[in-house]
Unconditional design. Structure first.
Lengths: 365, 313
């Protein structure tokens, strides 16, 4: 079990920079998510941590020891590959035993460990089978078995559910999380699925274009995104942005969007120019007394809630309201935004302005 | 395999395909059977027209193949007494006596050393080179691969004279080492290209998984890559062996004694005692055996290897 610290890690492939100066810390026993769109450098980051790539610069600490230039075999971590990488010329049991053989463990002890792991994963009855004919879920379990059999310091998983079909993913993700909770091992998990990250992770790093955008617990990242990218990447539908030109000063607790004054958490930063007011769909209410108006252009029924899309003077707005409320397309409605949840972004830089709401989250991010 | 949508063929189609395959097998096997049969004929049966399908088998051809004989007068033969063994008897029936073994055994053994030796070298060097090209960042990789291929674009015999001169200068003429080197050089490009294709097909994650599991790079190569490339390596080995085994032109040109292989030797048998076709056929039959055994041993790899290479993306 281990704490892993990444310090200014940078990885270049020739002239192309895949990861730019990333820093974050994974605490002992955490289920840690590396989240970001495809091609943003998640796999590269994970492989660099594992020792399959060497960082161009920066340091990686596992339990306080700098391992940045050490080969993978000396880092004592286990890696579950996206396509599982089960050795095709070996049976299931041999696959699981393989990491132990490199340690020169005795035959009896190896068998005992393999049986124990098979027990945990519920795959005792397929140990003698070749890996060729296994279902996706069983392959996944064998890959996990190969990872846990060694009691490594940490588990690294690169989109481990990506190769499974949707129905099975749900089931496997629960199984994975339960396994983690039982063993308490530090786990770093790569995914491009924000829902998976929110559901499974203790902490999340959000990456985009090789840059760490935000790092924190899922709730904080959801409520107080540090950047417009985080705000739009996480949540479905994503955060609404009302874009406007204007000026806000330090200490202000209202902002003027068009004609309307909108309340917000007291700002700790000021900014001028192209701004955006960010508000999540569930924090938009219909209120006839509000001066801020939008015209309903679509509704989407989702069971207990519905998503109403409105056209306003400063962009499209989606509101999540109970499906019992009746709205008709073409209606003009007054919109109220929950003041405590609003974030103001500087759209030039794409970052959030600090406020009474998010300062706690952003200061350690 | 899964990319083709194949419906189960009907019984008629299967029957038709089976007939075609059988016909083809008969056509290709017939010359082979002919050679084998001729080896067991007497010289007069061997040249009989129309050809004899049923004949009295004799080992005369094989005895002639393996022995050197000389003609003796009836009196001299009588002085020697009765032949001691069955093969001496066969020879005596033709008024000949055995004066020693022939060179066929040596030549055959030369073929084995040179054929398998060059195949082994081709596979070792080819696998190492192919692995490096497939896994490491080799500068000018594509150009080098093309260069390797281009060494095979000219018919090898076109450079026979320079090679002959070089070999003479280096003292490699008529040596085992020289022939092994030459056949390795000719086959290496094929070996690198074929094996490269197979190694490229093996996902790199397997090796990375082994690295993470605590194995060294070499162990990962040896324990993970090699078993999975076995198919490709086996089929490449068969191609290399067949070439080196059957090679005639260089063998005639560069070997005459110590390192002469079987192919240039077999035709010389004809001259030994009239036109001794059964002895030639016997020599050819024995010559076929090693490649056949080698191919049969590796056949399950061969078939997969050939189709595997063919459906590469
Ligand atoms: N070995 C490599 N050589 C060159 N570019 C690479 C290499 N590996 C990854 N990249 C590039 O780095 C970027 C990040 O890749 P990756 O880490 O795999 O992204 P993700 O896992 O987030 O989808 C991509 O643009 C990819 O093309
Ligand atoms: Mg990836």
């Amino acid at each position: 079990m281990a704490q892993i610290r990444i310090e200014n890690v940078r990885k270049e492939f020739g002239a192309f920079t895949a990861v730019q100066s990333s820093s974050f810390t994974i605490e002992d026993g955490e289920f840690f998510m590396l989240l970001g769109p495809s091609g943003c450098g998640k796999t590269t980051t994970l492989r660099t941590m594992a020792g399959l790539e060497l960082p161009t610069s920066g340091n990686i600490y596992i339990d306080g020891e700098e391992v940045g230039q050490k080969p993978a075999s000396q880092r004592d971590i286990a890696f579950v590959f996206q396509m599982f990488a089960l050795y095709p010329h070996m049976k299931v049991g041999q696959n699981i035993a393989y990491p132990l053989r490199s340690q020169g463990m005795s035959r009896v002890e190896t068998k005992r460990k393999v049986d124990e792991v098979a027990q945990i994963l519920g795959i005792q009855d397929i140990l003698k089978k070749p890996v060729g004919g296994l279902s996706g879920g069983d392959r996944q379990r064998v890959a996990l078995g190969r990872a846990i059999v060694r009691d490594p310091k940490a588990f690294f998983m690169d989109e481990p559910l990506g190769a499974l079909d949707a129905e099975f993913r749900e089931h496997m993700s629960e199984e994975l999380r339960a396994l983690h909770d039982r063993m308490g091992a530090t786990t770093v998990y790569v995914t491009h699925d924000q829902l998976e990250a929110m559901q499974m992770g203790d902490k999340i790093v959000v990456m985009n274009h090789g840059v760490v955008e935000q790092f924190g617990v899922p709730q904080d990242i959801y409520d107080w995104p540090a950047t417009m990218f985080c705000a739009s990447f996480i949540g479905s539908p994503s955060m609404n942005f009302l874009t406007f030109d204007g000026m806000v000063g330090t200490g202000a607790d209202t902002v003027t969007v068009g004609e309307t004054q909108i309340q917000m958490p007291t700002l700790r930063d000021g900014a001028k120019g192209a701004l955006a007011l960010g508000v999540r769909p569930e924090h938009v209410r219909f209120d006839d007394s509000s001066g801020y108006r939008g015209e309903v252009i679509a509704t989407e029924y989702l069971g207990t809630t519905q998503i109403v899309t409105l056209d306003s003077a400063h962009g499209m707005i989606k509101a999540r309201i109970p499906s019992t409320d009746v709205v008709r397309v073409g209606e003009r409605l007054g919109l109220h935004f929950d003041a405590r949840t609003i974030t103001i972004f500087d759209t030039e830089r794409g970052t959030a302005l600090r406020s009474a709401g998010n300062e706690g989250v952003l200061s350690h991010g | 395999m899964s990319s083709f949508s194949v419906t189960e063929p009907s019984a008629r189609q299967k029957y038709f395909a089976g007939t075609l395959v059988s016909l083809y097998a008969i056509i290709t096997l017939l010359p082979l059977l002919w050679i084998i049969a001729t080896g067991f004929k007497s010289p007069s049966d061997a040249i009989a027209y129309p050809p004899e399908v049923f004949f009295e088998p004799t080992l005369e051809g094989y005895v002639n193949l393996f022995t050197t004989q000389t003609r003796v007068t009836a009196e001299a033969a009588a002085e020697l007494g009765e032949p001691q063994t069955w093969y001496e008897q066969i020879v005596r029936d033709n008024d000949m006596i055995i004066v020693g073994p022939s060179r066929y055994g040596e030549r055959f053994f030369n073929s084995v050393i040179i054929g398998f030796g060059s195949t082994f070298l081709c596979i070792v060097l080819g696998t190492a080179a192919a692995y490096a090209f497939s896994r490491f960042r080799v500068p000018l990789k594509d150009d080098l691969m093309f260069f390797i291929l281009s060494t095979r674009m000219m018919p090898p015999i076109a450079v026979a004279i320079p090679i002959f001169l070089m070999f003479r200068q280096l003292g490699l003429n008529d040596t085992h080492a020289g022939m092994i080197l030459l056949y390795t050089a000719v086959n290496l490009s094929l070996s690198v290209w074929l094996i490269h294709g197979f190694i490229d097909e093996i996902p790199i994650e397997y090796e990375e998984a082994a690295l993470i599991d605590g194995y060294t790079r070499f162990q990962a190569f040896y324990k993970i890559v090699l078993p999975q490339a076995a198919t490709g390596i086996a089929s490449t080995a068969i191609f290399c062996l067949i070439f080196a085994w059957n090679e005639y032109a260089f063998a005639v040109l560069l070997t005459s004694g110590t390192a002469q292989t079987a192919p240039p030797f077999i035709p010389t048998i004809i001259g030994v005692g009239g036109q001794d076709w059964p002895a030639v056929a016997a020599g050819a039959t024995i010559f076929l055996v090693p490649v056949m055994v080698f191919t049969i041993l590796l056949r399950k790899h061969l078939l997969r290897g050939i189709t595997f290479g063919a459906v590469r993306k």
